[in-house]
Design a binder for this molecule. Sequence first.
Ligand code: ATP
Length: 599
Amino acid sequence: MRDRWESLATLVRLTFAASPWLATTELVLVVVMAVAGPLQAYGVARMVNAVTGQGSVTAAAVILFAALALAFGGLVLSEAVRHRLEDGIELSLQRELLDLATGPPGIGHHEQPEIADRIGAAKEEFRRLRGTAGTIGSGLAVLVSTVTGLVLLAGIHPLLLLLPLLGLLRLWASAFGAREFRHAITATMQHHRRLDRLAEIAAHPRHGLEVRAFGLRGLLTDRIGELFEQQNEPRWQARRKGQLLEIAARVLFGLGYGAAIVFVVWLAREEHATAGDVTMVMLLAPQTDQAAQRLSDTVRVLIALLDVAGHLRWLRRYVGEQVAWEGAAQPPPALRHGIGLREVSFTYPGTQRPVVRDLTVHLPAGSTVALVGDNGAGKTTMVKLLSRLYDPSAGTILVDGTDLRTIDHEAWRSRISAGFQDFVRYEYTAREVIGLGDPARLPAPDQGDPGESDSAYDAAIEAGDARAVIDRLPDGLDTRLGTRFGGADLSGGQWQRLALARAFLRERPLLVLLDEPAAALDPESEHALLDRFNAASAATRATGGITLLVSHRLSTVRMADLILVFDEGRLVEAGDHDTLIAAAGAYAELFELQASAYR
Ligand SMILES: Nc1ncnc2c1ncn2[C@@H]1O[C@H](COP(=O)(O)OP(=O)(O)OP(=O)(O)O)[C@@H](O)[C@H]1O
């Protein structure tokens, strides 16, 4: 229960944080409108009494008009205020969710089902939170108008207070149904995420060829259908249960309504109530019914909102804990000694088998280091550890003698450049696609064309061998890329060249991570890339920066100063090309095998 109150407090804070001024105005308007309903009934009752000779017609008319003016004026103003407030809430939530998803130093939270489910639930439903102001407002409105109505009913006869009590029964039924439905949603979130992923595969243009070539359409449709059933059956069942209970509660309320009217008519005939009282009960009873309906709707929505707010609080806490142990040290301006790994082991969260084992190695400042090994040997994992997407399960990574964990992760990442095999195809202009490699260099939206003259862009384009790609684009760097938004499409290799240019944009990086950077390039381009890569490495070297290259093509890695050969997470050989060839071990064997394929 305490949890629910805290979630409610989160919702209220969310509303006021979005715009304190609008939230307060909305609050006042809601109370005003809530009082207006019962006040109208009271005004009508006074009017009926005045007509039958009891009381003043003018006073009754003033009350009636005041109530109508409050209701109408409040409605018009509240509509306008609420929309702006909702937009504000949505915007601040979008920002917060993005912060939360990217906030933790690592990416482990994306790969743990429980956390992925929470983020999934929050993402799916966070738009609902937009309605927070409306829901809280309408809950408050019902409470105020109910209390006002209760006071008026009690003034006629205390027994009439039983009518709103019946409304409470409806409320309970509604809350029960809503809770059941929320449980069903949480229990089926796994199915929902799978469904989402399958739908994405089926719809994404990049998967179109594979889906058709393998004739996967029928299979995907069937699986989507099955998952849809598995997801929705428990949700439907929960909904049916809730609806049945609500119907029963409504019938009871209807009976109570009838009884209240009979009772007040009897009171009037016994001269314990006036004609105005009868009118007022007739008007207030439907208002009580509507209030119960609105309150039960509000409760249903509020329970859903409290759940989403619960996810939000959990995520905030989780991210807070992740960030709490963060170090605050700054990375060195330049590397003097290099990066040392001491007895580093790593096991992915939720798994048992270490994929990097007892790794002790020194990556000298200013060197080019290549990682080679079979699929699954642990090369990419090593890249993830060095970029602090994960921390080692055991052992230490030292940057010029400082434990990487004590360095502020964002400051560390700001000194890293990276080019990956599964790079992101940002569907922006070519300038932005490259500029994202160093966001500080991105042109501000209102600036004209600063990137083109920026020599850093030119150098990055050269290093990534992307000049020919840019030259063929109709508007050069200003061409929008990606067909989904009507931009120019590129081949896989062309995208990769831009990704490489992006990786080389940052000046003076301490670490350049290139994970299979030539995977989508043809062999000729790969050779051209090598020369450029050497030139770019030389620039990195000047600040002691280390270039780390992962590649299966040994012709690409042979010029590295240090080649590390991995096998099942262990370092089995280390040295430069000549040393490893002379050692006639695994590297020499693999090199000979690849070289013979080209002869
Ligand atoms: N997120 C993850 N969760 C659990 N295990 C993972 C995860 N990512 C990778 N692994 C496992 O870790 C091992 C090493 O993977 P890694 O990607 O580092 O290999 P690699 O040497 O880069 O392989 P490749 O040459 O195929 O890219 C593999 O057995 C893989 O199944």
